[in-house]
Design a protein around this ligand. Structure first.
Ligand code: PEP
Length: 253
């Protein structure tokens, strides 16, 4: 039995004050949601306020990126020990916006996941194909490359969470159908079994991300290999995100 995870990626939205307000509201709304891990990932600047607002609640706090070195001359970057010291427990790695705009590669994903695990935090590692790759019939080949080059070494680590995020579905309002998500999630689980063994594959949480909304999460979560969601836009509003958490729990009980 895999405990579902619902994680919110706030991207470059919300000041520290706004983040604190939203998380306080969210904590009240999800106080009764057991059996689902709930994570909110605000911008770096809001992490201390987010951790403070979430203290003693069911809500965990994560960062959206990190550097792979512990310290060094890397202007503008943030190291995992800095994130850990603030009380965050998760780090999103390899988001498609990082890959598209900031030069993230499978090789840097591999190093970042290693750094997150070394600090005792949970990486939420993102993989996913572009529309062009899907239309060219390359979806599974692209995912296999991203897993082999970015994640293979870490698959046996229980803290690792994988998020399948088709790039064409992120922020577009176009969700993958439950069948499309299930096809990819089943493929990722099978590949994990091949690379790290069946018990690892059976325990790996694979989230779906891409325009998840309160009215689409239930059908996605009804699929056997969908273990939760990575939610962008719909996680910015506490009520909408809480609804997604409730639906996720209802579906996997
Ligand atoms: C994301 O940012 O990871 C994401 C899935 O965004 P959205 O839900 O807005 O598509």
């Amino acid at each position: 039995m895999r405990t579902p995870v619902i994680a919110g990626n706030w991207k470059m939205y919300k000041t520290a004050r706004e983040a604190g307000e939203t998380i306080r509201l969210l904590c009240d709304l999800v106080a009764d949601v057991s059996g689902v891990e709930i994570v909110v990932c605000p911008p770096f600047t809001a992490l201390p306020a987010a951790v403070e607002a979430a203290r003693g609640s069911r809500v965990a706090v994560g960062a959206q990126d990190c550097h792979w070195e512990k310290a060094g001359a890397f202007t503008g970057e943030v190291a995992v020990p800095m994130i850990a010291e603030l009380g965050a427990s998760h780090v999103i790695v390899g988001h498609s916006e990082r890959r598209q705009y900031f030069g993230e590669t499978d090789a840097t994903v591999d190093k970042k996941v290693e750094a997150v695990l070394a600090a005792g935090l949970c990486p939420i590692a993102c993989v996913g194909e572009t529309l062009k790759e899907r239309e060219a019939g390359q979806t599974l080949a692209v995912l296999e490359r991203q897993v082999r080059d970015g994640l293979a070494r870490h698959l046996g680590t229980r803290a690792l969470v994988v998020a399948y995020e088709p790039v064409w579905a992120i922020g577009t309002g176009k969700t993958a159908t439950p069948a499309q998500a299930q096809e990819v999630h089943a493929f990722l689980r099978k590949l994990t079994a091949k690379l790290a063994g069946q018990p690892v594959a059976d325990g790996l949480r694979i989230l779906y991300g891409g325009s998840v909304k309160p009215d689409t999460i239930s059908a996605l979560m009804a699929e056997p290999d969908v273990d939760g969601g990575l939610v962008g836009g719909a996680s910015l509003d506490a009520a909408s995100f809480a609804k997604i958490c409730f639906c996720a729990r209802a579906q996997k009980q």
